[in-house]
Design a protein around this ligand. Structure first.
Ligand code: SF4
Length: 438
């Protein structure tokens, strides 16, 4: 009988792509995916180890699966991803319920891990995390009509608060032809929106081709029949050039939504955090982007309570947010990550960081609300993703919404899942847009 497994993917979209690759390999090897770990031969947990909250979520998930194992309701437990990479020396001692561990350079060994666990053997593999990106096919597990397209791995930016470069290795771009081939396959399967992701997509190609090549990649992606939206995630503010801005402005398929994490606006903090560029340069970039790209929706992420953030620096950040009126903002309280330079620096206490993060969200709420209200009475192109069981309405996203992090459009009328619909927006409620198609 075929062995059955459950997959739990935690963390970011980059991790999800690795989970999708493991699903493909396990399926090819004859293993059967089941929705629940209860009763499965083994479970795979693909972890995130980025900040404390993510680590806690991963450990809680592992412990609850360990409990199932103890009760004889789950065969084996395989743990992969960032948490294992980060704590490879201690994870098996700390969590002896785990049967097999794979580091971020060893996702491709998932079948060997499954075979070992099913035979009652342990396995531990940590391959080279700086090796070229694995070109493993994948099973797309995301919603109707869209898929992530990972173009690079790792990061060279070495921001002082971030553990990613140590976990995920140096920046490695995938060759253009591999990305295009994958994009063509996705489009042939009905994917209309490609969400281009990497830790930093602006430096795409600089390692392989000696120059930043995101604009060229977008031009080529836009030629693919069936691709209608290209969404860009994680652009580093100091890596924009005129070629890229012009491409975004002129290429109709690139949605006018840019995710540019800035983390802070205060010069001294940016410098201490090893961010390149100044607050003035970020302000100038945002002004320039808005001038050259009409209708642009900006998203950014911030960290409240970074080392050096006194009251004046926090006020400066709040003043910037009021002035820039950024449509989409995410904020984390500073999490001192062991092994990073920022963890050794003096910083506001956790309570202050949390309070400041909440203040930022309060400040942003009316800005977000005004932005959503601006759609009322107007038509909006929406990618129809599914149905809302409670209201019976269709659900979808406009260009202003990225999956999982932004809002949804709920609408009635004729429409087909996985296709675009022209929705007239009638109202805004609890951060969601409501409308109809005819
Ligand atoms: S650019 Fe992003 S992923 Fe890279 S080090 Fe900085 S915060 Fe981390």
């Amino acid at each position: 009988m075929k062995k059955r497994f459950a997959m739990i993917s935690l963390g970011c979209a980059k991790n999800l792509v690795n989970s999708e690759q493991m699903l493909f390999l396990l399926d090819e090897a004859g293993y059967t995916l089941v929705p629940e770990a209860d009763g499965a031969d083994f479970a795979v947990v693909n972890t995130c180890g980025f900040i404390d909250a993510a680590k806690t979520e991963a450990i809680d998930t592992i412990l609850s699966l360990a409990e199932l194992k103890k009760e004889g309701r789950l065969g084996g437990l395989i743990v992969t991803g960032c948490l294992t990479e980060r704590y490879q020396d201690s994870i098996l001692q700390e969590l002896p319920e785990i049967d097999a561990v794979l580091g971020v350079g060893s996702f491709g060994d998932i079948v060997a891990a499954a075979d070992s666990v099913c035979a009652g053997n342990a396995l531990s593999r940590f391959g080279d995390k700086n090796a070229p990106v694995d070109e493993i096919p994948r099973v797309v597990s995301t919603g109707a009509g869209w898929a992530y397209l990972r173009i690079a791995e790792g990061c060279n930016n070495c921001c002082a608060f971030c553990a990613i470069p140590a976990i995920r290795g140096r920046y490695r771009s995938r060759p253009v032809e591999h990305i295009l081939e994958e994009a063509r396959e996705l489009a042939a399967r009905g994917v209309k929106e490609l969400i281009v992701i990497a830790q930093d997509i602006t430096r795409y190609g600089s390692d392989l081709y000696g120059r930043r090549s995101l604009a060229r990649l977008c031009r080529e992606l836009a030629q693919i029949e069936g691709v209608e939206w290209i969404r860009l995630h994680y652009l580093y503010p100091d890596q924009f050039d005129d070629e890229l801005i012009d491409e975004i402005a002129q290429n109709d398929k690139i949605v006018k939504y840019l995710d540019i994490p800035i983390q802070h606006i205060n010069d001294a903090i940016l410098k201490r955090m090893n961010r390149r560029g100044t607050g003035a340069e970020i302000r100038a970039l945002f002004r320039d982007l808005r001038r050259r790209i009409p209708g642009l929706v900006l998203r950014t992420s911030l960290i409240a309570g970074l080392p050096g953030e006194d009251e004046a620096a926090f006020e400066e950040l709040c003043a910037f947010l009021k002035e820039a009126r950024i449509e989409r903002v995410g904020v984390f309280p500073f999490s001192p990550e062991e092994g990073t330079p920022a963890a050794a620096m003096e910083h506001p206490d956790a309570e202050t960081a949390q309070r400041r993060a909440e203040l930022i969200m309060q400040l942003q709420a009316p800005i977000m609300d005004d932005f959503l209200q601006s759609f009322v009475g107007k038509p909006l192109r929406v990618l129809h993703e599914g149905e809302d069981a409670d209201s019976g309405l269709h659900t979808g996203r406009s260009y202003a919404d990225s999956p999982d992090i932004d809002g949804l459009v709920l609408f009635s009328g004729d429409s087909r899942e996985g296709e675009f619909a022209e929705v007239i927006i009638d109202a805004v409620e609890d951060g969601l847009l409501y409308g109809h198609t005819d």
